[in-house]
Each structure stands twice: as C-alpha cells, then as structure tokens.
Design a protein around this ligand. Structure first.
Ligand SMILES: [Zn+2]
Length: 411
C-alpha cells in the first residue's frame, strides 16, 4: 500500500494552551465532532493529567463508544514520564491513544533540567513511559521529541529506536520553536525515515511564517523515506506564540499545489468542504476574527477588484483562482435575523426555550424533559459566555447526560 499523510489536529491541546486564548469544554467537544466529520484521523483532545479536563475527556470517549464520533481517534497528551502515564489511565481509563513528550535537544536538556538529566535519562524515561502506557492498555503511543529540530540526527535516531523497541507506534518530530526550513526538514525527515522505518508526525510552529511549508516538506521526506506521515494541524493555525500549522491551508496545499498532490498523497477521507464550517466555528468559539487574507476561509479568498484581476476572473475564474469557494464549503447565502428574535440561554425560561427548539425541529415529550434540557442550556451558556449555536443547542438536547459531564468541573 502506498504511504500517505494523515492529519492529527492539536487545536484542543496546543491551541488551547496558548497564552490569552481559550476554549470552553463544550466548544472543544464541538470541535472534535466537526474534526471527525471532516475526516481528520486523530484529535489531540487535551491533558488527561489535568483535573479540569478529565470529565470533558471521559465524556468525549463516551461519544466514541456510542458511535457519535465515528472514525477519529481521540488522543491525550502528557509528559514522557511513567507517573504522568499512570495518572492519565487513572483519570481516563478508557483512553486508547496517547502522545508522550520529552525534550531531546542539548539546549533544552541543559536549560530546562539544569544538569539533573542527561540524554541517557531522557531515553530511559521514554522507554519506561511507553512500556507503562502499553501495559495500561494504550493501543497507540506516539513519542514526541520536543525541540527535535535543534537535536542531532543521531540522537533522534536513538530516541526513535528506543521508543520503537519499547512498543511505540509513531514518532513526533517537534519543530517546537518553528526554526526549521523546508529543504533541511525534508532531508532530516527522509534520513530518519530511512534509518528507522518508523512513521513520523510533523509538529511545526509558525515563528518564521513557514509552519505549513515545513510540515508538508517533512511529510514528503517521510513518504519518500518509505513511511506514513502525520501532520499536526490546528484550526485557523491557533497555537503557541505565532501558532501552528493551519488545518485548512495544509489540506489546500496537499490538494492543489501542482507538485505536492502527486508526491504527498493525503488521506482521501479528508473532506475539504467542511473547512468553512470549522474555521468559522473556531473563530467564534475562540473569539478571534479570521484574518481577511486567511487561505480558503478569509473574506478575500475569492474577492477581486483591481481592473486586470476582476476582468480576468470574470472571463474565466481559473485566471485568478486556484480552487472554488465550493471546494472549501463556501458559496451558499447565509441568513442572519435582522428583526425580532427569541433566544435561550443562561437566564432563559421555558416558553422562549421551547420556541427556540421548535424552530430547530426538536420537540420534547413533556415539560419535565424540556425543563431538564433548559437547565443544561442555562449552564452551558454560563460556561461558554456567548450565544449558543444551533449545533450546540442540538447537541445539548440530544446528549443531555454527556453534556452534564462536559459541564461538570469540580475544583
Ligand atoms: Zn506545539
């Protein structure tokens, strides 16, 4: 079988850990549902060792069990130390996929562990952590080399082989500081793939504005080195500092760049048409506007005004457009209420609530059922602090018990 690129979205981990931006647990759940619909292979859903994430993670694992999340794997992130792995499985016994992370570069080993750890200690900890995860029931374990881009290749090869020997399933190459360039990362990843025959995840940051370019170049190196590759993305590129590799841009690059579409085949289950929906929802939920020039989902992605461009686009759109609005799920008119509107939320009562749900085509058996869902809607709105979307309202009414779990955080 030909090697391919699969997408692992890390919005719910890297995106939410970012300074000054955050997501409510209900929004993280909605993103998981949309990512699954979009054909993303795996979602890094958060931190199973962090107390306030536990109910949300377990509730999302329930969504997998009852078949609401259909294909996508849910994976938790923790440090590559046995204690973290044990706590992960104690908090979330049903979790099947984890990625464990530890620094590998000399600069970080010296600068972070301050002489208390050597590279030998790092690989020992990695090996123990992988074995612990497998013993506790992990189906897949990804081993993350933090700051891989500033780590010698020989060290990375040793790290990978130790992980592989302990039972890991994939290696994550973290360009943690976004320092790699396309040509050197391609060569480094190809060397790692050829020397270890181990699948490689690309995790690249955007500090030099090249996150997508280096991610796809690394993926090409992996494919040419004879292994599958996995690109870590985030919706709208949200992530530490200048962000991560943007989900929609990455799919566009792999589908429409004339050289890449042959050389770097993308998992065919990925549905680009869901881009508009997920990009807009993430923008709303994070409360960050989408830049006007954002690939695919920005307001100007299909706008033409200057004389030569407008004339050319009117004669044949292919003169100035690489892909169509419909390719990314745009083009349909959207209705916005400009007159009277009834909403429901934090302080809503039963009449307004039933009116809103009637319009969504959701009817309750009796007042008791309606009042129970109303209470959840009140709490959900308290939790998100912005008007609930139609999909959020539908989710709450359809899965009230799971919603209750998601909303429960006890300090
Ligand atoms: Zn990161």
């Amino acid at each position: 079988m030909k090697n391919k690129v699969y997408l692992i979205d890390v919005t719910n981990r890297d995106g939410v850990q970012t300074s000054r931006i955050l997501l409510p647990k209900l929004s993280k759940t909605m993103l998981n549902l949309y990512l699954d619909e979009m054909g993303v292979f795996q979602s890094e859903i958060g931190f199973p060792t962090l107390k306030h994430e536990v109910n949300y993670i377990n509730a999302n694992l329930d969504l997998v069990k009852i078949g609401v999340i259909k294909r996508m794997r849910l994976e938790g992130w923790c440090r590559a130390i046995p204690e973290d792995v044990k706590l992960t499985f104690k908090n979330c016994p049903d979790i099947k996929h984890i990625n464990i992370s530890i620094s590998t570069s000399e600069i970080m080993i010296k600068g972070k562990f301050l002489g208390k750890k050597t590279f030998k200690d790092i690989v020992r900890s990695l090996s123990e952590a992988v074995k612990t995860a497998k013993e506790l029931g992990a189906e897949t374990v990804g081993v993350n080399a933090e700051d891989a881009s500033r780590t010698d290749l020989e060290r990375l090869i040793e790290f990978i082989l130790v992980g592989k020997e302990a039972g890991a399933d994939r290696f994550r190459y973290c360009d943690t500081l976004g320092t790699d360039d396309s040509i050197s990362i391609y060569e480094r990843i190809k060397t790692l793939a050829l020397s270890t025959k181990f699948p490689i995840e690309m995790h690249c940051h955007n500090d030099l504005g090249m996150a997508e370019a280096v991610s796809v170049a690394g993926a090409q190196g992996a494919i040419e080195g004879g292994v599958d590759s996995y690109i870590n993305t985030t919706v709208n590129g949200y992530g530490e500092r200048c962000g991560n590799c943007d989900l929609v841009s990455t799919i566009l690059a792999l589908r429409f760049s004339h050289a890449l579409k042959e050389k770097v085949p993308l998992d065919e289950k990925v549905d680009l048409k869901k881009s508009w929906k997920i990009g807009r929802y993430a923008s709303y939920a994070f409360n960050i506007p989408i830049p006007i020039n954002q690939p695919g989902v920005g307001a100007n992605a299909f706008a033409h005004e200057s004389g030569i461009h407008a004339d050319g686009a009117l004669k044949d759109r292919r003169n100035y457009e690489l892909y169509d609005p419909e390719d990314v799920g745009r083009g349909k008119p959207e209705l916005h209420e400009t007159g009277r509107i009834i909403t429901t939320g934090e302080y809503g009562g039963i009449k307004g609530f039933r009116h809103v749900y009637d319009k969504l085509g959701i009817h309750f058996h009796d007042d008791n059922e309606a009042r129970r869902v109303l209470e959840l809607v009140q709490y959900a709105n308290l939790h998100t602090q912005k008007p609930l979307t139609d999909d959020e309202l539908r989710f709450i009414a359809t899965y009230p018990d799971i919603t209750k779990k998601i909303l429960t955080t006890n300090p």
